[in-house]
Design a protein around this ligand. Sequence first.
Ligand code: MG
Length: 391
Amino acid sequence: MTEAPYSPSGAMPKAGRGADDTGPRITALETFSTPLVGFVRLTTEDGAQGWGQMSTYNADITTQVFHRQIAPWALGRGIDALEAIVDEIPEREHKYPGTYLMRALAGLDTAAWDWRGKAAGKPVAELLGGSAGELRAYASSMRRDITPEAEAERMLRLREAHGFDAFKMRVGAECGRDVDEWPGRTEAIVPAMRRALGDDAALLADGNSGFSPTRAIEVGRLLEANGVEHFEEPCRFWKLEETAEVTAALDLDVAGGEQDWDLETWRRMIDMRAVDIVQPDILYVGGMTRAMQVARMGAEAGLPCTPHAANLSLVTLFTMHLMRALPHPGRYLELSIEGPDYYPWQDELFVQSPYAVSGGRIRVSDAPGWGVEISPDWLAKSTYQASEADI
Ligand SMILES: [Mg+2]
């Protein structure tokens, strides 16, 4: 289905917009979506293309936002104007702030970066000031419905198979208001993981907004007593002062920010030292350009960046390129360990998976752009929509 471009009714007249832009003009923005995943293909007037992705989950809704509120502001613009377009869209669509706009914007931004990489014959990491090469990955559990014994057991198996030396467990319950997934799970899993994995393993814990400051500090002390080095999202993420209180009280690193898309919130979070480690999600925050802005803000304040990347769609590959280029990278890449039982949709996305881990390390290839090919079979089964420039 081809849809005519929607004409935004924003304050800025369309005529003349981008008249000074350099680079080939963007002529088509196509989406290939399911309710779970949405890819974007950007084409310029010379026929060159780049692939990106909107954030996963409710990607069919995000796709509608993309064609209504993102594509009209980008079509006809020169590709060199990406940074300006990324800055402008939140203002042109200022009546609609929020995660959907940013999830959709990320599709445009990441497709443009792939276009640039392919045009230059370089991996995106290099365009961002970094290089191809290896990263240390940590094995990231997404599950709370797993006993401490079973979690420790599967981490041991993963260490055996892939050489991981860093592991993240879940504590408390998601937005749990101090009620644990089941009574005593947090107190049991923390020492169980340390016992099973030994003194040398790096351990991380994620609270997913589960605790009050009082309880978070109590759990934080338990984590410290067991040598856990990273305590993620201890308090309700939108309560910056609560997280700041926990960060000030604890010695271990408190990390957070995965949900936050608003750069002004990021500014406040960093200024008040709400966290010790900043964790933008490239696809929640609006793309690579904006994630780099967050990382730079953090670096200027001395805070390392360990981005959030919770599944093996393109978000983790984008994060790999970002981490190879960050001014002040965190210690490791988040790598989801969940398989088809948890993410039944993620295995069929690519012709060849970019996520092979060996010796606990993962590699950003020197292939141009993102260095990955979306599966033609997957694309053929998705819902297609196109917005095209009338130039
Ligand atoms: Mg998290």
